[in-house]
Design a binder for this molecule. Structure first.
Ligand SMILES: [Zn+2]
Length: 199
């Protein structure tokens, strides 16, 4: 009886020490994984800056849209402020640019609006039975049908509509805005926000 009563606290103590060891091990593993994530992120950042320097030279200026993307379920978070801070820390100047209408105006003719036109299979497989087809957001076409407005790489007028990747169109419009800002100090009229009517 005495042996039973004396062994109970020792079993509890050994269980308690085992739980404590596991908790400490879990904490140690968590810290180790955090440190590895930090090291790998810093290494990826350095590789990105190095490749940007190689591709665009030392006088590169980074332009980013000022729209901050919210976190969406099942999507990888988009780096915004963190990317700017990282690039500035590595000596690359970054400026934010208002993205108003940059992906809805044709960068070639600067007068035609871009429209979505292509229907594709719904990428969400679990929703295909409700909506088998959806409009593709990545491919746009210019609504300006004037053949002289768009030319192919040989300088001939382009037959039919000019199609654009939406990210490519936005990046080319960024370049338009930047050149205009350098030359005149103003954003081109087609990319400005509508001014509220004054009474
Ligand atoms: Zn156009």
């Amino acid at each position: 009886m005495q042996a039973t009563t004396s062994s109970q606290p020792s079993t509890n103590n050994s269980r308690g020490s085992l739980v404590g060891q596991r908790a400490a091990h879990g904490q140690l593993l968590h810290r180790k994984l955090q440190l590895l994530a930090y090291i790998y992120t810093e290494r990826a950042n350095a590789r990105l800056v190095h490749s940007l320097h190689n591709k665009f030279g030392d006088n590169m200026v980074g332009i980013m849209g000022d729209w901050s993307a919210l976190h969406r379920r099942f999507r990888e978070p988009i780096r915004g402020k963190g990317m700017c801070k990282m690039m500035r820390r590595h000596g690359l100047p970054v400026y934010l640019l208002n993205k108003h209408k940059t992906s809805s105006i044709c960068p070639k003719c600067c007068t035609g609006d871009l429209e979505k036109f292509l229907e594709v299979d719904n990428p969400c497989k679990w929703r295909r039975h409700e909506r088998p087809k959806v409009i593709c957001h990545g491919l746009l076409r210019c609504m300006n049908r004037d053949p002289a407005a768009h030319k192919d790489k040989h300088g001939k007028p382009l037959e039919g509509a000019r199609c654009w990747n939406c990210d490519m169109a936005a990046a080319l419009n960024f370049a338009h805005i930047l050149r205009s800002a350098r030359a005149t100090g103003q954003v081109p009229e087609q990319f400005r926000h509508a001014q509220p009517a004054q009474n």
